[in-house]
Design a protein around this ligand. Structure first.
Ligand code: GLC
Length: 577
């Protein structure tokens, strides 16, 4: 059982993902930037988050909106200068907030100097930094592998007559990590940021780093369209499970290949050269194997399986916890999230059209009370929702553009193809942050055309300024709950213990640390519920409830729960149990 003092900063921290393009526009060009982010640091501090993960803010042609990096050791001009970044980093540190970069290791942009050189000739010294293959004996791509973003995974370079491999867009050629020079070059860029004081990295698409060197053809029959929409459409847990299995077959030889663990160990070694504070790696993957022995690979690996449903239910969460916590090496620490820049927003993803606000609050309560480090996505705290775009010119996510053209080529009308694209495009969950009920929702000055349209629901209370002034708002709910979490050792570090595992409508569990035990009960239904607990304590001191008074002693032998009630109570010192 852990004590607070045993925990590392990244175990107790609440992380908050900023999508820089959409957070705050400081220079009035319709795109977010560091000047804007700097001005919002006080806001973030008052929200109560402890660490920021910045989606990529490096120079990029933006085919994949920053995830196609053309230079790792500088800042994209549209976001500011290196000095602007330093100021932001210092400003965050001064407020006790850590900052993580997003490290895209699988691929670079095709405009990165490394790739420009690599494609110059077959004998260029950087040729082997990427994955080049001859055409198949019959001409055409070396095999039938797909790109996860549409089309073949191979693109012919006419000038040199070979194909290069790309798991994602053709403008994102995969690096060849079997070449030690690639490692040396990337670790140098990593050290550049660590030396500056950056607190770690979220590692992009870890599972895609290596391919099977024999390049065997896959045998999946998943259609190209399914490949494009599988991660993005709202689907039931059962449907997703079937698709995921098929997706796994499709990318069997392109993901999770041997070699990646050695690479992660090596990167961990680079991180461990630094201390005060300890630097952290968060893997964009769900595979528990990336924890290594719990101390020698990634510090945190996302619990993505928790997200993979259209409704968070008690049975779903319980099963997830049994599986996830049961499989973790004992030294490993969980990491929970329900939203990011690739997924439908929490309020849209888990809402039912009727109780979206209450369900969004339940979702937050869940990530803040489950055992593990919570990662939130900017805008969640005011209940931002997905925006359905109306026409193809508005799309900025090229994955959706690809789907649109694919659907058109298969005979869909413009309206039909756009409807499909609008449902899956990641643009829907990347719209500008809504700061106020005013022009451009306060993201950009009046009259500026923002890079993606602002969701008009900013005028209906979904904005920071209005919610800051409203005690019952989602924003103030987030602030209170973050504060409760921070001041409850059991919520930060406690072990998880499931209770009343047959309850269909509410999810109840304890968190127990050396200092404290908390009882958490989430009524995930619109109906009031009655829960009975046969615990050593008959009462819990209410730390937080959406229906009961804070500080009150609440009888728990029979606990009445209001519709969608969130209840967190303290059962007293752990040793008394
Ligand atoms: C990751 C990122 C996603 C990006 C992809 C390719 O999945 O989260 O936004 O498109 O990698 O870099």
């Amino acid at each position: 059982m852990k004590r607070m003092t045993d925990l590392k900063w990244w175990q107790t921290a609440t992380f908050y993902q900023i999508y820089p393009r959409s957070f705050a526009d400081g220079n009035g060009d319709g795109i977010g930037d560091f000047k804007g982010m700097l001005a919002k640091l006080d806001y973030l501090q008052s929200l109560g988050i402890d660490a920021i993960w910045l989606s990529p803010c490096f120079p990029s042609p933006n085919v994949d909106l920053g995830y196609d990096v053309s230079g790792y050791a500088s800042i994209a001009p549209e976001y500011g200068t290196l000095d602007d970044f330093r100021q932001f980093l210092d400003g965050a540190h001064a407020r006790g907030i850590r900052v993580l970069h997003d490290l895209v290791v699988n691929h670079t942009s095709d405009q990165h100097a490394w790739f420009r050189q690599s494609r110059q000739s077959r004998d260029n010294p950087k040729r082997d930094w990427y994955v080049w293959r001859d055409p198949s004996p019959t001409g055409g791509p070396p095999n039938n592998w797909h790109s996860a973003f549409g089309g073949s995974a191979w693109t012919l370079d006419e000038a040199t007559g070979q194909y290069y491999y790309h798991f994602f867009f053709k403008e994102q050629p995969d690096l060849n990590w079997r070449n030690p020079d690639v490692k040396r070059a990337m670790w140098a860029d990593v050290r550049f940021w660590l030396d500056m004081g950056v607190d770690g990295f979220r590692l992009d698409a870890v599972g895609t780093v290596f391919e099977d060197p024999a390049y065997p053809p896959h045998k999946s029959t998943l259609s190209e369209r399914e490949t494009l929409v599988v991660w993005r459409e709202k689907r039931s847990a059962e449907e997703l499970q079937v698709l995921m299995t098929e997706f796994g077959r499709m990318f069997e030889y392109q993901m999770g290949q041997p070699g990646v663990h050695e690479l992660m160990k090596e990167l961990r070694g680079v991180m461990d050269e630094y201390s005060h504070p300890e630097r952290v790696l968060i893997g964009e993957d769900e595979n528990i194997a990336y924890y290594g022995n719990g101390q020698d690979e990634l510090h945190l690996v996302f619990n993505f399986p928790l997200m993979r449903t259209d409704r968070q239910t008690p049975a779903w969460v319980r099963a997830n916890q049994v599986e996830r916590l049961g499989a973790l090496p004992s030294a490993a620490w969980p990491c929970n999230t329900l939203g990011n820049h690739d997924r439908s927003r929490v309020k849209s993803a888990y809402g039912n059209g009727k109780h979206d606000d209450a369900l969004a609050r339940i979702s937050l309560a869940l990530v803040l009370t489950l055992r593990g480090t919570p990662v939130l996505y900017n805008g969640e705290e005011i209940g931002m929702t997905d925006l359905l775009l109306g026409n193809v010119e508005q799309l900025r996510d090229n994955q959706a553009v690809n789907l649109y053209h694919l659907a058109r080529s298969e005979g869909a009308t413009d309206t039909e193809a756009m409807a499909m694209a609008a449902r899956i495009t990641r643009d829907r969950n990347r719209t500008p942050m809504q700061w106020a009920n005013g022009p451009n929702a306060g993201f950009s000055p009046a009259g500026v055309v923002t890079w993606l349209p602002v969701n008009p629901n900013y005028a209906h209370g979904i904005n920071v300024a209005d919610q800051a002034a409203d005690g019952g708002s989602m924003l103030n709910f987030y602030r209170r709950l973050l504060h409760v979490r921070k001041s409850a050792p059991a919520l930060l570090g406690g072990d998880y213990g499931a209770l009343n595992v047959d309850a269909r409508d509410y999810f109840a569990f304890t968190r127990t640390s050396a200092e404290q035990t908390c009882l958490i009960v989430l009524n995930m239904s619109a109906e009031p519920q009655t829960a009975h607990f046969d615990l050593a304590h008959t009462h819990a001191r209410c730390l937080f409830s959406t229906a009961k008074g804070t500080g009150e002693a609440i009888g728990i032998a029979t606990l009445m729960l209001a519709s969608f009630e969130i209840f967190i109570g303290e059962l007293g010192p752990a040793k008394q149990l």
